[in-house]
Design a protein around this ligand. Structure first.
Ligand code: FAD
Length: 567
């Protein structure tokens, strides 16, 4: 047998939420665990995500009197995913997801609360719930990370109030929908941040001590690993799997300029994300056009090494032509694009193609939005990438659009100079705006005329925007008759290019219900697990609700760790 530089029971590749969940679980079950992370920061995309997890039948919702059942969740997923559904995996998910989060809350520092008003993404399907399945992380004090704090990947600025103050998804929703008390809440949050300046001064930290969303999830998981003395090696690049007698028993990494072989007696969990940061693999598998720059994920992190290592051992793959699509803005000077999650639904903004025509209900879930973009791009022969979000002065004053905070707190004079004519365009008339951005002026005039009429009647006759509870989640509750529709009438007018972005790829190594990697004939590759975006999504081509990627990543991380511990 060959020599090894280090020996563990279980090695986890990657340090996103699924990876760290599996490491905490395995350590609690008595395994000697090692986590290896390629970059100099832990957390991956998970650290800059919303941290939401979609967990049917979770205990938080139940505690509040919420009604859900495994059968109802199955019906919903069956309807959404369709005939391609992998029944064993999906049923396992429904069974284990609530167990996973309850276990984590009892055995680690992870804490969640239910986002009671966050609806599932597909109101059209039986089994849908208008809220209760999405959980949102509680705030977490990052000071407790001590020496490990500088290595925590920074939260996404787009996810924070004014780009720097942490808030939970529940708080963000109150502010964005302008629900009762939102102003006071925002003032209180800003005050709290300001009053904590001493901590920032003392530590030299620029970030908010109380972190939220995906950053709170990663920080709390990392703190839980510190509690259990689980090592996490940064700057350690996984290169290949080691197989002996038909079983995966370790990995080869590059560390400190050398190749090292690490033994993993009970298995290897590949949790190294997807391949969204790899231009060649994007070119090979994803629909065109697509670009790394449109992705909202950390620069250079997820380049598909784990996928390729699995393929080398003969693993089956699925869904490689899919991503967790999300429309995005490319902001000059920033290293990754920003997802346009909510603003599309706010009243008074529409999205058009190069013909000046709408092609989708703007408030639709992000995966479906970009899917519609690609479909329309075929029809218009390339005139839908980019698409253009159009809004007027009234919208600009009241609502955010990407990094453009509402004009009432960030007037145009305070916007960065380099953003003009790159991130946003501005003109006194719609025709002038259309000419600047190369969109058909007649088409745009026609579209705006229609939407202004729909704003009056409250019915979007073309795409039904604002016609269901999901759309209205990000509407303005003070706007009637339809909280997602308002006229575009008052100059100056604005346009911003929207790209076909992603928050990670969706396809990967095929796994069974134990998160074990399988070959095309269904045979398991012993000792090899894949989770998160390294694995082909259990959700097929759909996004059932907020937390539809992290929920499975963490659940199958938990499942894989339990399976390995039982061996
Ligand atoms: P990651 O979290 O990216 O972790 C993979 C890690 O593996 C990275 O740290 C990477 O550096 C490391 N790695 C890669 N290659 C190697 C190698 N060769 N050797 C060692 N390490 C390697 N999803 C939700 O479910 N809910 C949300 O609320 C949500 N909000 C989001 C908001 C934003 C702004 C974004 C960008 C995404 C959001 N997502 C959300 C999507 C979600 O964050 C990702 O799908 C998820 O984090 C992927 O998890 P992962 O573990 O597969 O990958």
């Amino acid at each position: 047998k060959s020599e090894f530089n280090a020996e563990y029971d279980l090695v986890v590749v990657g340090s996103g939420a699924g990876a760290l969940t599996s490491a905490v679980t395995a350590a609690a079950k008595g395994l000697r665990v090692l986590v290896v992370e390629k970059t100099d920061k832990y957390g991956g995309t998970s650290a800059l995500s919303g941290g939401g997890i979609w967990i049917p039948c979770n205990h938080h919702f139940k505690a509040k009197g919420g009604q859900d059942s495994p059968e109802k969740a199955w019906t919903y997923l069956k309807n959404a995913i369709g005939d391609d559904i992998d029944e064993a995996r999906v049923r396992k998910y429904i069974e284990k997801a609530p167990e996973m989060i309850q276990w984590l809350e009892q055995n680690s520092r992870v804490r969640y609360a239910v986002a009671e008003k966050y609806p599932d993404y597909y109101p059209q399907y039986e089994g849908f719930l208008p809220g209760g399945r999405t959980l949102d992380p509680e705030l977490f004090d990052i000071a407790s990370l001590k020496d490990e704090l500088p290595h925590l990947r920074e939260a996404s600025r787009g996810n924070m109030l004014m780009g720097k103050i942490s808030w939970t998804a529940r708080q963000a929703h109150i502010a964005m929908s302008k629900s009762r008390g939102w102003r006071l809440m925002v003032i209180w949050m800003m005050l709290r941040y300001k009053l904590d300046f001493m901590w920032r001064k003392k530590t030299g930290e620029k970030r908010d001590r109380r972190t939220a969303l995906g950053n709170a999830l990663i920080a709390s998981l990392r703190a839980s690993l510190i509690d259990r003395n689980v090592p996490l090696w940064l700057n350690t690049n996984f290169v290949e799997l080691i197989e002996e007698e038909g079983r995966v028993c370790g990995i080869v990494v590059e560390r400190e300029g050398k190749q090292q072989r690490i033994r993993a007696d009970k298995g290897v969990i590949l949790a190294a994300g997807g391949f969204e940061q790899n231009p060649e693999l994007r070119e090979k598998y994803l629909p065109k056009p697509n670009k790394v720059e449109w992705s909202t994920t950390p620069e250079g992190a997820n380049t598909g090494a784990a996928l390729e290592a699995g393929q080398k051992l003969g693993a089956a793959t699925a869904l490689l032509d899919w991503a967790w699509w999300t429309p995005s803005f490319v902001v000059p000077g920033e290293t990754k694009a920003r997802g346009v999650f909510a603003e599309r639904a706010f009243p008074g903004a529409i999205v058009v193609n190069g013909l000046g025509q709408r092609f989708v209900n703007e408030a639709t879930p992000y995966l479906e939005f970009v899917t519609a973009m690609y479909a329309d791009n075929e029809k218009t022969q390339g005139k839908t990438t980019p698409s253009w979000v159009i809004f007027d002065a009234k919208y600009r004053f009241s609502y955010a659009m990407g990094p453009l905070m509402p004009g009432q707190i960030m007037p145009d004079s305070r916007l960065r100079k380099e953003w003009l004519n790159k991130l946003y365009y501005k003109a006194d008339t719609l025709d002038g705006l259309a000419a600047q951005i190369g969109v058909d002026a007649m088409g745009l005039q026609e579209t705006v005329k229609k939407i202004n009429h729909y704003a009056e009647t409250g019915v979007d006759e073309d795409f039904g925007r604002g016609g269901n509870v999901f759309d209205r989640y990000y509407g303005d509750s003070n706007v009637t008759p339809n909280p997602c529709l308002a006229p575009i009438a008052k100059g100056p007018f604005y346009a911003m290019p929207i790209q076909a972005g992603d928050i990670g790829t969706k396809g990967g190594l095929l796994t069974n219900e134990h998160a074990q990697v399988v070959k095309p004939d269904g045979q398991v590759i012993p000792g090899l697990y894949a989770i998160g975006n390294t694995s082909a999504s259990v959700m097929g081509t759909t996004y059932p609700g907020a937390g539809g990627t992290l929920g499975p990543a963490m659940t199958f991380g938990y499942v894989a760790a339990l399976d390995a511990a039982a061996k």
